[in-house]
Write a protein that binds this ligand. Structure first.
Ligand SMILES: Cc1cc2nc3c(=O)[nH]c(=O)nc-3n(C[C@H](O)[C@H](O)[C@H](O)COP(=O)(O)O)c2cc1C
Length: 206
């Protein structure tokens, strides 16, 4: 008989440890936001995914800090209603992790770390749609969902005629837990057609 763990009976911190070690790998959103003074904030978030295509819906899970206050990312999204998600490839992992350190609100991680930012433009952001407030949790979580309005890519990533994406073996990193990350190196291709859309080719699968 398998062990049955009642998630409601353990602390939020242990729940986090369990969930983040069990639900792996997770993509990481390296989120940049701007505060009212125009200061750019950056921080990674692995409670993140894309949940729909019409609209292109993105959700972030932003926990509060241990003292119960909102993170800078949360505050900036609340105020400005928009955020940018960067998908970091292995060359950027160390910089990405460094932006998770505690900086004072108003201090820019990219500035402090000497990271060069490309302008995102209004067309490559996510517009906040709704914020689901998990205030009942022991330590609050807010889950803003955003409609992705555009995408800025490195040269050659997307063929805009076919919409095929060519990662050229340089895929975004994924988070496991603690300081463990995974690189996508072995991609398995199977030949079983999708039962619900057998006519589509592999490249068109969802
Ligand atoms: C790879 C990685 C993933 C993270 N994922 C999350 C997450 O999903 N939710 C969260 O609240 N914090 C997450 N954190 C912690 C935040 O990045 C960290 O609290 C950061 O200081 C928040 O910065 P901010 O106050 O500038 O928004 C993660 C940290 C790392 C290194």
């Amino acid at each position: 008989m398998a062990d049955l763990l009642n998630l409601d009976s353990i602390s939020a911190q242990n729940r986090y440890k369990l969930l983040s070690a069990l639900v792996i790998p997770r993509p990481v959103a390296w989120v940049t936001t701007v505060n009212a003074q125009g200061v750019v904030n950056a921080a990674p978030y692995s409670f993140f995914n894309v949940f729909g295509r019409d609209p292109a819906l993105i959700i972030l899970g932003l926990q509060h800090k241990p003292d119960g206050s909102a993170k800078d990312t949360t505050r900036n999204i609340d105020a400005a209603g928009e955020f940018v998600v960067i998908l970091a490839t292995p060359a950027l992992i160390a910089d990405m992790v460094r932006t998770a350190a505690s900086y004072d609100p108003g201090e820019s991680e990219p500035n402090a770390l000497g990271l060069k930012l490309a302008p995102s433009g209004r067309r490559s952001r996510c517009n906040r749609m709704r914020t689901h407030d998990g205030a009942v949790a022991e330590r609050g979580t807010v889950d803003p969902s955003g409609r992705a309005v555009g995408w800025a890519t490195r040269d050659g990533l997307v063929d805009t005629d076919t919409m095929y994406v060519d990662w050229a073996d340089d895929y975004p990193v994924a988070r496991l837990f603690a300081d463990r990350y995974a690189r996508l190196e072995e991609i398995e291709r199977h030949s079983i057609p999708d039962p619900y859309r057998p006519e589509t080719s592999g490249e068109d699968r969802e």
